[in-house]
Design a protein. Structure first.
Length: 473
């Protein structure tokens, strides 16, 4: 028979004791490892209370399927309170990331058509392809300047610029010029602010919102300052496009051929208020930097460790290039192994340590009763590394995604369902094009055999610099 909620194993009886243990284990940077340990100790389902938050944690794909069937019409994930508090404090509108209920849904429906519907990929490809080509040109320049026919570097900053340039070109239909030698210092400030914003979120994650401003006033101040930089920079970009549009309307014709960018389309569509558009476009701009760049860095790291796989991917890319005869959109349909490589990177190195939903109905998982309203977390990092779910989980094998075995609820790097990552289409296109251009032009080699692990800075990032050597083919 089904067992009651109160019999669930796990540290849920004393939230403060768990919070204390959490600090002792350096839980702030180790959240992903603590979850792995908890699954090892308690089994595939456990209940936990850390300070203020109570959740049920699961790891199996079958349970993920049950979870997402119970997410309801307005799926809700864990609210990142410091992000909400910033907006409340500054009287700024929430974007889709933080909206809830009907307000979330009506905004999301409009945004979906502009940023994630399959047909928009055709608009993004020429823009993102150009950014990819510029990145290659920049690498060639660096190689030439080195005088050694190679470039040895920790690419993370270059990738931040690539990612911001990419998301900027799609949102605004314009280039920032971040892949040139001299970049706008404001852009650098924006990039740094996002990293600080993520980093300063973690210490405040388990503290009740009311205490937020009083406790850890320094983190809170840094957090506020980071968001201020992010919002001011985004406001400037948005104002700029808004002005251009108004001028164009007066002076006649907008170029009908050229794709004007997500923001201009949203403004012309006139279905969302200006404040709603600003809020969500700011989130897209901020969400589009560390996420894709980190995933690309992990992918290059893995490819540098598997030269044979790198050759196999290169062969696939070269053959797709040849057979698609200059049609880049078509080319993207002919690189299944490359797409599998991105999935494989997100299996071992997910951006999000977990996916979470408040369930809207009573459910049964692993034979335990879970009441409606409970926060259920799927341990994405732990799932990707579980040998019960993925044979030889430690080995990077993109081809596992092309075999006929079941992939049911196993590839969840971007989340699931109507609340999944809004930037997914941009992220995937941008990452595929980057890897295509890199593989076509360069060989990626590792500098040393140091094993790099993940560390939790709200998103999971490498715990040490990844230094690679890039050589022309
Ligand atoms: C939400 C992952 C890139 C914007 C999410 C979620 C995940 C995720 C796991 C939560 C989904 C859920 O709860 O089901 C990733 C990964 C990325 C990436 C792995 C790249 C490798 C981006 C980019 C953007 C972006 C490039 C912006 C252009 C967003 C937004 C949401 C979101 C706005 C909130 C959507 C909503 O609540 O309706 N992302 N993301 N992400 N992401 Fe991403
Ligand atoms: C962090 O316990 C760990 O895509 C918490 O682009 C639970 C949690 C809740 C929401 C997750 C967050 C974690 C990680 C970062 C995510 C976020 C939802 C969206 C956000 C996954 C797992 C991210 C990175 C967005 C950020 C956009 C923002 C900069 C405007």
């Amino acid at each position: 028979s089904v067992r009651p909620f109160k019999e669930l194993p796990g540290p849920w009886k004393n939230g403060l004791a768990t919070l204390y243990n959490f600090w002792k284990q350096d839980g702030l940077r180790n959240l992903h490892n603590i979850m792995v340990n908890n699954f090892n100790t308690f089994g595939p389902i456990y209940r936990e209370k850390i300070g203020y938050y109570e959740s049920v944690n699961i790891i199996y794909p079958e349970d993920a399927a049950i979870l997402f069937k119970a997410e309801g019409h307005y799926p809700q994930r864990l609210r990142v309170e410091p992000w909400v508090a910033y907006r409340d404090f500054r009287h700024r509108e929430y974007g889709v990331l933080l909206k809830e209920g009907e307000d979330w849904r009506s905004n999301r429906v409009v945004l979906n058509k502009e940023v994630i519907a399959p047909k928009v990929q055709g608009n993004f490809v020429p823009l993102l392809d150009e950014v990819g080509q510029d990145f290659v040109a920049r690498v060639f320049k660096k190689i030439e300047r080195s005088g050694q026919n190679k470039w040895t570097i920790d690419l993370h900053h270059e990738l931040f610029k690539y990612a911001l340039e990419s998301v900027g070109s799609v949102l605004y239909g314009e280039r920032f010029g971040l892949l040139q030698d001299h970049i706008d210092p404001e852009a650098k400030r924006f990039i740094d602010a996002i990293t600080v914003m993520f980093k300063t979120t973690t210490p405040m994650l388990y503290i009740p919102p009311g205490l937020l401003r009083r406790v850890g006033s320094r983190v809170w101040r840094e957090h506020m300052e980071a968001w201020d930089v992010i919002f001011n920079q985004a406001d400037r970009c948005i104002q700029n496009i808004y002005r251009q549009l108004r001028r164009a309307r007066k002076d006649e014709p907008v170029d009908q051929e050229k794709y004007p960018g997500v923001l201009a389309n949203l403004l012309m569509l006139d279905k969302l208020s200006i404040e709603d558009i600003k809020a969500s476009v700011t989130e897209l701009m901020a969400g589009g930097v560390d996420t894709t760049s980190t995933t690309l860095l992990w992918t290059l790291y893995e490819l540098s460790r598997s030269p044979d796989l790198q050759e196999e991917l290169r062969a696939e890319v070269l053959s797709a290039r040849h057979s698609s005869q200059g049609d880049t959109l078509l080319m993207l349909k002919r690189v299944p192994l490359l797409k599998a490589a991105i999935k494989e990177t997100l299996r071992l190195h997910p951006v999000a340590v977990s996916l979470q939903r408040y369930i809207t109905e009573d459910i049964v998982m692993q034979n335990y009763q879970i009441p409606a309203g409970t926060l259920v977390q799927l341990g994405l990092y732990a799932m990707g590394r579980s040998h019960r779910i993925f044979p030889h989980p430690e080995s990077y094998q993109p081809s596992r995604w092309l075999r006929s075995e079941s992939h049911y609820f196993r590839s969840l790097g971007f989340g699931f369902g109507p609340r999944q990552c809004l930037g997914r289409r941009i992220a995937e296109t941008e990452m595929q094009l980057f890897l295509i251009h890199m593989l076509e032009n360069f060989r990626i080699e590792r500098q040393n055999k140091v094993k790099v692990r993940s560390t939790f800075e709200l998103i999971l990032v490498p715990d040490k610099p990844i230094v690679l050597t890039i050589r022309p083919l």
